[in-house]
Write a new protein. Structure first.
Length: 439
């Protein structure tokens, strides 16, 4: 048991490498391979996170669940996930990312398989709660690795590339679950993603690495001679986790403002992904595969939006995240209105609407976490992004049961009024960051 606990501990720094050529080779090799491993790993977390959502219409028909039942499960999941993400964020700053992330993914795979063998609402609630807990082990290790292996002036681009793992996983899962559900039943829609997650979890334990110092490498700021990063590193002497939490996270007003915006962004994002296929099946009578494929375009748009936002924040605004965040938030508002107001049942028009909203919503979704990591202490990136995650999934929880009640009383018009209001308020919360300079 003690050995199992010890594998989670962060690796002690190795003897520094003196050969500059070897340092360059090691950095270049592992920066690429760590990014690829994180990418595959986080996309796989999405397979086990969203499997239930895209099998939902068939589960409702098979087991007699209603929208309120689905809303309760969604809210339970997101509340648990939010708290897990925050707690895991604190722990991950002092943990070895390769095992923290890998074992978390393995556990989500096992739980998805057990879910596929269950039939009662009580079993669903218990298993989906445990799934939410282990889902929280995915993001914080990635945040820690992105902060320590990639420097400030380039991080927006690297972070945005990694962030598209959300979209790859999010685009694959509705199509694959829809296929398995239609042809073999919803249980296979839970079993197959679970099996994939277990295999990828073992892959992460084998291929990820800890911070550069664990391999005898200098800091990334020193290696790239990145003045912004070196300034951040200079002010980031080791301090206790309690000081990190109280001074650089809970006591940081910018983190709180980013958290408020994140609530609104995640209400929109989660409401669209969780209820979008039901909207299309009920309003336009699409079959499940057609509805899920349209919703998957939301993730494809998000992939391109993440890359554009990250690249723009690095190369247009020189590492400042605020201006690009605000521009994309205005795009979210306009795209939300377009999705609400267009009346065509044409598949191309509907899919394009989801694509457009996905393009803009994933700009703030990605940049909010990045901004939180950079507004905080160098050694508190996991805690800072975990704290933002607590807000994010409070917003996601509001897209569960509360949105189900809105649908019950105000139908789909009430749903879209909520989306547009959240879009507008989110834009206002980002105004202070437009003039905020790099620190």
């Amino acid at each position: 048991m003690l050995n199992l606990i010890n594998i989670f501990k962060t690796t002690t720094p190795s003897k520094p490498i003196q050969n500059k050529k070897l340092i360059d080779q090691t950095y270049k090799y592992w920066r690429l391979h760590i990014l690829l491993s994180m990418y595959v790993g986080y996309a796989s977390f999405y397979l086990t996170r969203k499997s239930f959502n895209f099998a939902m219409p068939d589960i409702m028909l098979d087991l007699g669940l209603n929208k309120i039942d689905i809303g309760i499960l969604a809210t339970l999941f997101y509340i648990t996930y939010g708290f897990s993400k925050f707690i895991s964020g604190i722990l991950s700053d002092y943990s070895n990312p390769r095992y923290f992330m890998g074992i978390g993914l393995i556990c989500t795979g096992i739980i998805n398989i057990l879910f596929g063998f269950s039939s009662s609402f009580t079993a669903f609630a218990i298993l989906w709660g445990f799934n939410a807990f282990f889902q929280g082990w995915g993001w914080p290790p990635c945040s820690t690795l992105l902060t320590h292996w990639y420097s400030r002036s380039e991080r927006g681009s690297w972070w945005s590339i990694w962030n598209t793992a959300h979209n790859l996983g999010g685009a694959i899962i509705p199509i694959s679950v829809g296929f398995f559900t239609v042809h073999y039943g919803w249980r296979y829609g839970m079993w197959i993603p679970g099996m994939i997650a277990i295999l990828v979890g073992f892959f992460l334990c084998f291929r990820l690495r800890d911070k550069p110092s664990s391999m005898g490498l200098p800091s990334v700021g020193a290696w790239r001679n990145d003045l912004l990063e070196k300034k951040h590193e200079k002010n980031a002497s080791k301090i206790s986790w309690s000081k990190i939490l109280t001074q650089h996270v809970l006591g940081n007003r910018l983190i709180w403002l980013l958290g408020l915006c994140s609530i609104l962004v995640y209400i929109i994002r989660t409401a669209v992904t969780d209820w979008g296929n039901l909207f299309l099946t009920e309003t336009y009578h699409y079959d499940l595969v057609k509805a899920n494929s349209a919703v998957s375009l939301f993730e494809v748009g998000g992939l391109l939006g993440s890359l554009t936002a990250g690249w723009g924040s690095d190369y247009i605004f020189r590492g400042e995240r605020g201006p690009m965040n605000f521009i994309f938030s205005i795009g979210v508002l306009l795209a939300s209105i377009f999705l609400w107001m267009q009346l065509s049942s044409n598949y191309i028009v509907q899919a394009s609407s989801f694509f457009l909203l996905g393009f803009f919503i994933f700009g703030p979704q990605m940049l909010l976490g990045l901004a939180a990591a950079e507004c905080s202490h160098k050694h508190a990136s996991g805690a800072a992004t975990g704290f933002i995650g607590l807000f994010s999934y409070a917003g996601a929880a509001l897209a569960g049961y509360p949105v189900a009640k809105i649908l019950e009383y105000f139908h789909w018009h009430g749903f879209f009024i909520l989306i547009v209001l959240c879009s507008g308020i989110a834009s206002f919360t980002l105004l202070p960051f437009i003039r905020l300079k790099n620190t």
